[in-house]
Design a protein. Structure first.
Length: 203
């Protein structure tokens, strides 16, 4: 993709209704738009955890899942996940599977900036040796591999995660993901037909 990065705007049913420049879409009245989250695991079920760069517009410096992003207009959502893993972390050779096709959230930062997304969640599993990530410092401040059970324990802001809170979307996603079972490598695959209409291009 080249030029100005754009996001896909959605109606309440998840159908595309237009586009907006990503650089200006987030504010006090952010429109509903299409996004994704990815949780990348190695063969032992360890999660690649990231900390968002401190220069990010939304939730800078916050601990979160492996990567998030926005499919561009006409871009298949699975292709967008692979693109983001490569550009943000330098990670290739990943098998992707949809696990939460209907995830949606709205969160408000302390300064009033709103995130408002239909955000299908994918599990990625490395198909080769454990990757040595090469994070883009404009996107990722740091990253590390962590056993899933430890990540879950540190997701609760009232407990282990109090000193280093997880992103607001991550907190909700972890609750939904743990409901799928304790082993992330054996979570059931989600139904692609349940994706928002705008995300059904090629999954």
């Amino acid at each position: 993709m080249s030029g100005v990065e754009q996001v896909v705007l959605l109606d309440e049913d998840g159908a595309a209704v237009g586009t907006a420049d990503k650089s200006g879409v987030h504010g006090p009245d952010t429109p509903l738009h299409l996004a994704f989250s990815c949780y990348l695991f190695d063969a032992d079920g360890r999660l690649l955890v990231t900390r968002r760069a401190f220069g990010k517009t939304t939730w800078p410096g916050v601990r979160t899942n492996t990567c998030c992003g926005h499919p561009g207009p006409g871009e298949p959502i699975d292709a967008a996940v692979h693109r983001r893993l490569a550009s943000e972390l330098g990670v290739h050779g990943v098998t992707l599977e949809l696990v939460l096709p209907r995830f949606r959230y709205r969160a408000v930062m302390a300064d009033g900036t709103v995130e408002h997304e239909l955000c299908p969640v994918f599990r990625g599993v490395l198909t080769g040796p454990v990757a040595v990530p090469e994070p883009d410092p404009t996107e990722v401040a740091e990253c590390w591999w962590q056993p899933w059970a430890e990540f879950v324990a540190a997701a609760d802001p009232r407990g282990d995660g109090a000193a280093d809170p997880l992103s607001p979307w991550g907190q909700v996603q972890v609750a939904e993901l743990t409901a799928l079972g304790p082993d992330p490598l054996h979570w059931p695959v989600g139904d692609a037909a349940a994706l928002p209409p705008a995300a059904r291009l090629a999954v």
